[in-house]
Design a protein around this ligand. Structure first.
Ligand code: ADP
Ligand code: MG
Length: 748
């Protein structure tokens, strides 16, 4: 039995619903040592027959035997193996990798065949010399003439060194002189192979062929020995040739890697386009990532706290762990600690709002120290005296009336918590742009900035109003209320004394309170302070004015007077609570830890708020959306990559014809795409780094730095690599979905 036998083989083409017959009912026996020329007019089925014989195309009817083995059950992979083992092809349109050099093209055929690098290095130069292209060996195929290309194609077929060599119109594109050289070459190699040449120009081969098959209308019209002298058996005796070991013909892993890397860079325009696509993918996926992160972060920062109404996600409230008052050294230590943006010393008053008013205007806002004013004044000047203040609020009629300028220089009353009144003068105004406001915020932003002395007094009043003050008088304990109707300061009362109304006289045996001792006790959240005072006397209707310097007794009924210095001893024990603002909410845990180790109790307001939105629920919605967007990006990327990789389609169709299987092809593609992705990702990281160091300033990238952690960057890289793998997988499925020839026709 011959090497190849065809029995009633037919092949049809299906094209847009039309069925065309390529060859029909072909019977043929082909044997080693034959030099067969197939001729016939155009469209007679020559190429079809050749493609079927070489396993490039499928056939629909009949049987084909290869060395006695029936092939109708062959899968695409089986035909790849068959091609790799038996067939070397020379095509009319060369089918070379034009971006590779002559050397690389020839080496490629041997690499696909799984030959060792040493063998390739040894043999390729000889083969190139044989086809007379030695001086062009390092030249890219795209720069060669048609005749030279055809020689490369022949050299490649020679390098493969298989039993069967097929050539479809090998001289079709060449001038007669080049054609003659090609014919010589083919004749030369035909001695120990089965050579099948398709040509419409029989004359070129008639001196060399051992057999001529004439095709007509898809059938064999004539099958004769050559008109000329030679027959296979009369020619040079066949030399016993060492059979190559064909059992192992997997392309080596190192070679796959090498080809992948070469493919990445050998077409610069394609490389840059791919890089752009992957940078787009990196940007799209990472910004999706950042959006989810940012939203979660923003939402978790929104809400309110019932006790600390001046809520800010960056704010933490601290007290000393021994619950003593803050010292100057404490303030300095906190202010100089890392990540501390600002310190509010008067934390107690920071959460309370206060009214200032006169007959024309009233204003309501948080009490702050002028040292905490961050914004530039819009109107007026900074305060110089201790009773001067600055107002801050949104620039609208509702807040400042129609003419904010007119408010400056006017005097306003401030009612303090302990009932006393103060007068202040407004010297400056900060107008905030309502557009800058946080729409989601439901908090007031108006503030009044007082001098440090006044904030101290305000705090004192607040401590007084928040203290339980008791008086122990002649064995009975009685609760006093600071301010109106209770404990009030009076300059006329000397230090260490107390002035009571006459109603207290009967409590003593003699009927006189004067000269007796009493004890005052103030108790707050933070301290207990006792004062022992001497009763200097009592006041009645007639003595009131003389003893107190005040006028209307009715208005001051029941008040108890002490010296301001004693009053301060009771209530002005310093500040026990402070607020610290972190520079960035992500640094909150670190700052909390640091402060706690520094000897403070820390309350992170962000962790103690009421929030409308459930962040867990949100991630249930957001995650699928993010995944969907990633899929969309994947498909966009896939189609663009496919367009860009048009040339790769031809490349893989070509290597497939040379017998490369799906797996190594996929790996080569994967190397290329992963390398492209890695470079795109590297560029992305470089941009992020440049943005950090301030060399460039891209706001979108700033968010990347804020919201992504190292783990996120690793995950991002993993997503990209998976994408590269998926894209190469899809790409290879389309390359390998039909027969090698079918794919080639599609890709070219
Ligand atoms: P030849 O090589 O002798 O010119 P072919 O083998 O190329 O002939 O073509 C044989 C027949 O098959 C022709 O009628 C041609 O129209 C048809 N044919 C070849 N290739 C295709 C194809 N891809 N799709 C549809 N019909 C085809
Ligand atoms: Mg043809």
């Amino acid at each position: 039995m011959g090497m190849i036998r065809l029995k009633n083989v037919s092949k049809y083409y299906y094209n847009k619903g039309i069925i065309a017959s390529g060859i029909s009912r072909i019977n043929l026996d082909l044997d080693e040592g034959e030099f067969i020329v197939i001729t016939g007019e155009s469209g007679s089925g020559k190429s079809t027959l050749l493609n079927v014989i070489s396993g490039l195309d499928s056939y629909e009817e009949g049987e084909m035997y290869i060395e006695g083995q029936e092939t109708s059950h062959y899968s695409a992979a089986d035909f790849e193996e068959y091609r790799q083992k038996y067939i070397s092809c020379i095509f009319q349109d060369f089918n070379l990798v034009t971006s590779y050099t002559v050397y690389q093209n020839i080496a490629l055929a041997m690499q696909i065949d799984g030959r060792s690098e040493a063998e390739i290095k040894e043999k390729v130069p000889d083969i190139i010399a044989k086809v007379g292209l030695s001086e062009f060996s390092r030249r890219k195929v795209s720069k060669l003439s048609g005749g030279q290309k055809q020689r490369v194609a022949i050299a490649r077929a020679l390098a493969k060194d298989t039993k069967i060599l097929v050539a479809d119109e090998p001289t079709g594109n060449l001038d007669s002189e080049s054609a003659e050289g090609i014919v010589e070459l083919l004749t030369d190699i035909a001695s120990d192979k089965l050579v099948i040449v398709v040509t419409h120009n029989y004359d070129q081969f008639k001196d060399h062929a051992t057999r001529v098959i004439k095709m007509h209308d898809g059938r064999i019209a004539e099958d004769t020995g050559a008109a000329s002298k030679a027959s296979a058996f009369e020619r040079a005796p066949r030399v016993g040739r060492a059979e190559r070991d064909h059992s192992k013909h997997e392309i080596a892993y190192g070679t796959q890697l090498k080809l992948g890397v070469r493919n990445t860079f050998n077409l610069p325009a394609k490389f840059l386009l791919l890089l752009l696509v992957f940078i787009f993918v990196v940007a799209a996926v990472s910004s999706q990532y950042v959006t989810v992160r940012k939203q979660r972060d923003t939402i978790s920062g929104e809400g309110w706290n019932d006790f600390f109404t001046n809520y800010d996600p960056k704010r933490v409230v601290v007290e000393k762990s021994d619950r003593s008052a803050f010292t100057k050294a404490d303030y300095e230590a906190i202010e100089n600690a890392p990540h501390v943006e600002k310190l509010i010393r008067e934390d107690m008053i920071y959460d309370s709002q206060i009214y200032i008013e006169n007959s024309d205007f009233s204003f309501y806002g948080f009490m702050l120290s002028i040292s905490n004013l961050d914004n530039e004044l819009s109107l007026g000047t900074m305060p110089k005296a201790e009773d001067e203040a600055v107002l801050e609020g949104y620039d609208d009629d509702w807040t400042f009336g129609e003419d904010p300028e007119s408010l400056i220089g006017k005097t306003y009353n401030v009612s303090m918590d302990n009932g006393t009144e103060k007068k202040i003068k407004v010297t400056g105004i900060v107008l905030l742009d309502p557009k800058d406001g946080d729409e989601d915020s439901f908090m007031d932003t108006s503030a009044i900035y007082f001098s440090d002395k006044l904030t101290g007094e305000l705090r004192e009043a607040m401590y007084a109003s928040n203290s339980t003050t008791t008086m122990l008088i002649n064995g009975t304990e009685e609760t006093l209320y600071p301010g109106e109707g209770g404990l009030v300061t009076n300059e006329r009362v000397p230090e260490g004394y107390i002035l009571l109304p006459t109603s207290y006289d009967p409590a003593f045996k003699e009927g006189y309170a004067a000269g007796n001792e009493i004890k005052l006790k103030a108790k707050t959240l933070y301290y207990e302070q006792t004062l022992e005072l001497m009763i200097m006397g009592t006041y009645g209707e007639k003595t009131f004015e003389q003893k107190t310097g005040l006028k209307d007794l009715m208005e001051h009924d029941g008040e108890i007077y002490i010296n301001p210095i004693d009053y301060r001893r009771l209530y002005e024990k310093g500040s026990f609570q402070a607020s610290v603002f972190v520079d960035d909410t992500r640094n909150l845990p670190g700052m909390k830890d640091m402060l706690e180790r520094g000897g403070y109790n820390v309350l992170v307001l962000k962790d103690h708020i009421y929030n409308f939105l459930d962040t867990d629920l949100l991630s249930v919605i957001q995650l699928p959306v993010a995944v969907l967007i990633c899929f969309a990006v994947f498909f966009i990327a896939y189609f663009v990559v496919r367009l860009i990789l048009k040339s790769r389609g031809v490349y893989f169709a070509t290597v497939r014809m040379l017998g490369m299987g799906k797996k190594p092809a996929k790996r080569i593609m994967r190397v290329e795409l992963m390398l492209d992705c890695a470079i795109a990702y590297g560029l992305f990281l470089i941009f992020v780094c440049l943005n950090i160091s301030g060399v460039i300033d891209i706001p979108a990238l700033a968010d990347h730095i804020l919201y992504l952690t190292v783990v996120d960057y690793v995950i991002l890289a993993a997503i990209l690599l998976v994408m590269a793998v998926l894209i190469s997988g899809r790409f290879m499925r389309t390359i390998f979905k039909s027969s090698a020839m079918g794919t080639y026709r599609e890709e070219v």
